[in-house]
Design a protein around this ligand. Sequence first.
Ligand code: UDP
Length: 414
Amino acid sequence: MHAPSLPDRSIEAYAAVSGRDRLERLRSLAEALEAVRVLHVNSTAAGGGVAELLRSIVPLCADLGVDTDWLVMDAGDDFFEVTKAMHNGLQGSGARLTEEMKATYRTVTERNAAEIEDEYDLVVIHDPQPLGMIDRLEERMPDAPIVWRCHVDLTDPSEEYLAFVSEYTNRVDHAVFSRSTYGDEIDVPTTSIVYPSIDPLTAKNRSLDEETVVSECDNLDPLSFDAPVVAQVSRFDPWKDQFGTLETYRHAREEIPTLQLALVGGMAGDDPEGLELYERVAAEAVDDPNVHVLTDLPDATVNVLQRRSDIVVQKSLREGFGLVVSEALWKRTPVVGSNVGGIPLQVEDGRNGYLVEPDDVSSAADRVVTLLKDENRRRSFGENGREYVRERFLLPRQLVDCLDVFVEVLDLER
Ligand code: UDP
């Protein structure tokens, strides 16, 4: 296990964007937790939404006076192949789960658990990867409640994987899901729903001056914002359906021949499928000079792309939440997204973007073309998106919800 290095953060900096009342509420919850030590455990320090969230939540909890650590599992590809299969299985498809895979999972999770030296009053396990640590955690810290923070879209899980994961989730004290329907098949004493959020003050999301925008555009060259741009920012993962996005673009290009597509992705440390999919997507796009497949862009460049694109597309087939949707809406960019998982929580159809069925490429293309041809609509959708995210999906709101869960689970006085 290792602790990622984290920047210093100050909650006070969020007053302007999130309002004083929310910060006061946060401070009073943090007071209730002042004698509590919290540990978050997950399986990657970079890439994907969970790492993105913890990078902000952990230092801000520390700033609020809640003693909070974050440990990331150390594991090799054999483990991550198993856990990616678990992730896929929980989202409804994937390879058979063999006894050998289960053994790899148990060995690696137990080895990591044995490396935890300190004691905590509450442990938050993110996603299925670290769940196998539960025996050891119970042994070492018998009084510490264990919370499972599930970020996966559990709409239609495979029985086999659900049964395996349930061996562990049956023993957690509380589970937190990103959408109310996700917890239906999981047997846990208490559950809550906490919507994820974006951090408006990071390099990814903060406002940028014109000079920075211009210099970051160099990283996107030869993409040009002088012609229409549609972008999707996602790990290279079959659930994100980059091939469907390509097909959507090809349909839309019939109406808008100057259209460009940016497919931006990264490879999360715990996702061995990424590289192979990236290569397939890049090969498919190689003959079209208006399709740009870009990897590992700095956060400020992703910021510029989400800000300057005419439309952001999120054509996922499953989506636990999809932070990228709020990231785009916050930057006043309308989103055309699939009506799956967390996307409809963020996209208000006909107000800040459009929802389409995940297999309906031709409707997705129609929506893209409609928006590209109507600048006024894009502008008003952009304003609506900004306000929708301000109310619901900024970090201080999520922090209030998280600390609320901790106070509840520890049965503390508010
Ligand atoms: N991301 C990024 N660069 C990339 C691809 C993704 O910075 O090339 C970020 C993206 O901006 C977002 C997170 O990774 O903050 C992805 O989170 P999301 O919830 O959308 O999806 P997940 O990867 O967790 O399924």
